[in-house]
Design a protein around this ligand. Structure first.
Ligand code: SF4
Length: 261
């Protein structure tokens, strides 16, 4: 069996080819970075199209049509059926560490990652405190094929970094997307990969180039791979992805393309 549609990087645009695996779907907003959540918008369309995975509506104050937190136990073993090695973005349409995902279900997701050792899984959350707590309890020995990350969209949320550092992980990454302000308090110690992106869509919030330069320069000094995804704008590709005359596409040392590069 081959996996479904391939994406360029973690579901948000970019240069690394990934497949997605959504053992859960739906979510609730937690911070300013969620304001234009692409998954929330996309779930509404999927519901209208009759997609059976997106028929439950979430709380209109924090979620939306088709975006209620939903478990999909029938999808748990999907990666085991993909024969060729893949870079798998986990829960592009959800947050695995949402409080309504039971501990046992997270344990089952981890078990699939363990058994599907030919793949590399990467999981991004805005709830790193629960991630740290659960992984310390369920999998204190880091899975070599799992990368764990958190989002920091503004300086008020740099504390998420400390939770990420408390997570047992072979690779820890930061998604600074949508970057909504400068991050003077962000400490990159212990981080293995950073990517930055601007917001897109109607009413998108602009990203100042100096905020990006500051992160890039600190990554360069610290030897941390840095990837610049896009400036954002009315559409995702509207502003391009060139920063100071070039593109930035560094990936963690652990990353290997399916062809071995
Ligand atoms: S945490 Fe992620 S998936 Fe959940 S609402 Fe926010 S941006 Fe969307």
């Amino acid at each position: 069996m081959t996996p479904g549609r391939k994406h360029a990087h973690p579901g948000h645009g970019g240069q690394i080819e990934t497949v997605t695996w959504n053992p859960t779907s739906g979510c609730d907003t937690v911070s300013p970075g969620c304001e234009r959540c692409y998954a929330l918008i996309f779930a509404k369309r999927l519901k209208a199209m009759g997609n059976p995975g997106y028929q439950h509506d979430g709380d209109p104050r924090t979620s939306g049509p088709g975006f209620a937190l939903t478990l999909h136990p029938d999808r748990l073993d999907r990666p085991l059926r993909w024969r060729t090695p893949q870079l798998v973005f986990v829960d592009s349409m959800s947050d695995l560490f949402h409080p309504r995902v039971p501990d046992d279900f997270v344990a089952a997701v981890l078990d699939t990652m363990r058994r599907a050792e030919r793949h590399t899984f990467f999981t991004l959350t805005k709830r790193p405190a629960r991630m740290a707590h659960l992984l310390n309890r369920l999998r204190p020995e880091p899975l070599p094929n799992a990368w764990w990350g958190t989002t920091v969209e503004d300086n008020d949320h740099t504390r998420r970094c400390a939770r990420l550092l408390a997570t047992p992980a072979s690779v820890r990454f930061l998604s600074l997307q949508p970057l909504l302000g400068p991050l003077p308090d962000l400490d990159l110690t212990g981080i293995d990969w950073v990517y930055v992106g601007g917001e897109s869509g109607t009413g998108h919030r602009r990203m100042h180039p100096d905020w990006v330069r500051d992160i890039r320069d600190r990554c360069t000094v610290a030897g941390i791979p840095f990837l610049f995804k896009q400036w954002g704008g009315r559409t995702r590709n509207a502003g391009g992805r060139v920063l100071d005359g070039r593109t930035w596409d560094q990936t963690p040392p652990a990353y290997r393309n399916p062809d071995g590069n």
